[in-house]
Design a protein around this ligand. Sequence first.
Ligand SMILES: Nc1ncnc2c1ncn2[C@@H]1O[C@H](COP(=O)(O)OP(=O)(O)O)[C@@H](O)[C@H]1O
Ligand SMILES: [Mg+2]
Length: 274
Amino acid sequence: MNVIVVKIGGKLISQENEVSKVLDDIATLHKDNKIILVHGGGPQINNLLERLGKTPIMVKSPSGMTSRFTDNETLNVAEMVMGGKINKDLVALLQSRGVSAVGLSGIDGATVQAKKKDKLMTIDEKTGKKRILHGDCSGKIEKVDIKLLQLLLENGYVPVISALAISENNEPLNVDGDRSALNIGSAFKADKLILLTDVKGIILDNEVVKTVGREEIDNLMQKIEGGMRKKLFAAKEALNKGLKEIIIASGLIDNPVISALSGKIGTSIAWKYF
Ligand SMILES: Nc1ncnc2c1ncn2[C@@H]1O[C@H](COP(=O)(O)OP(=O)(O)O)[C@@H](O)[C@H]1O
Ligand SMILES: [Mg+2]
């Protein structure tokens, strides 16, 4: 089944009028393609945590990646925000464009299966010492079961799927949105996977890097920070799992999905460029 997987980041979702451009394109493409929309929600989770009087806990890993420590309370909020509000709003916005959309998370139908991390290795930024944090309710994705998604796609629905997963003990887990999208894409052997964000792609020296071959990834990763570094890391994993091409592009322009598919914009990551 030829499927297009589109992931929208939380940063894009927070700019309300902007996500509409992505949804307009999905409504157009839906006529001739099977589309899965995956979404994150990091900033929205932080926002609700803060309104509840809790400071989001961000930690640095020994390899220099910043990530969220998902304690139980944070997991609850992640389920409410990603599984609830964002997901249902996206479904309603697609319905208003004449698209039959179904909102679900990786928990539904045990679609995204992950191993609970529980322990998170961190580096104390002040002392530089390694520390292990226990009780992390985030997961490393191990398997995607595409049956439920296939059922929906075959019947003309657009699945809208949030970045939650289920553990082997049937507990909900928080997972990275980019990794969710990439694992879903790999499971479908999708030709193209599009990660839409709030910047034009990977930017080096003020220019968008147009193509990245697999061999170049490790070197490039040293020069990139934050969420983009995580995307690149996840993209490398996805290439290893058989995904052919990952496009990182801006969701803020007109026709973001159609432009990204045409190769006119963004950064394309594939095996073949060196
Ligand atoms: N070299 C770079 N090129 C592009 N973006 C970068 C780079 N280095 C860091 N970034 C950051 O990565 C961010 C995108 O990742 P992230 O914040 O996780 O967004 P999303 O919500 O879409 O996943 C950009 O907004 C930018 O601030
Ligand atoms: Mg991100």
